[in-house]
Design a protein around this ligand. Sequence first.
Ligand code: G4P
Ligand code: NA
Ligand code: NA
Length: 190
Amino acid sequence: MQPLKEKILSEGKVLSNEIIKVDAFINHQIDPLLMKGIGSEFCRRFSDTEITKVLTIESSGIAPALMTALELQVPVVFARKKKSLTLRNHLYESKVFSFTKKEVNHITVSKDYITKEDRVLVIDDFLANGQAADGLMDIVEQSGAHLVGIGILIEKAFQEGGKLLREKGIRVESLAKIASLEDGKVLFVD
Ligand code: G4P
Ligand code: NA
Ligand code: NA
């Protein structure tokens, strides 16, 4: 997706050979027009299939997931990383290990909001090793819902998450695929 790639080139900051900082438009300050375009693009890419719910994980997945859900006219649910005070039971739970932050998050979703009748589109900002996607997929599986696919803003194609998911037969649509961050430069796939 051209506007996202241009934004990555103009405002992304390569921190190392593995990490790019996108705080200027995704992870801290959020560009609403870009997010609106991202929502339309996911809607277009998945227009061949019925979707009843968008599922993401807090915090940075929420903005693009909300814009996608708005375009699809379905609800969006975000997995929580901390347990809610008012919600302690009746939850799907999974574990997500973050390689970037070297910590385990226990993620939860209320059983009220994903059920076996749902057809779920998972949205997230980054795909690196695929741990967050695995945790969200685990929750979809526990619910008995159907996973339609996964929409990602930035896939780091030099890490193995995308490959692992596609090998499992999962439909992954990434709007920007980064081949390399070496020498401080962003190289996209194709
Ligand atoms: P994985 O889920 O694909 O295995 O990725 P990983 O564990 O490495 O990611 C952990 C966190 O770091 C996630 O955010 C993910 O979005 C983010 N992340 C991964 N690679 C990059 C990168 O190159 N740049 C930036 N800026 N973030 C990256 P999170 O902990 O869920 O935080 P939040 O922003 O959603 O609150
Ligand atoms: Na993030
Ligand atoms: Na994320």
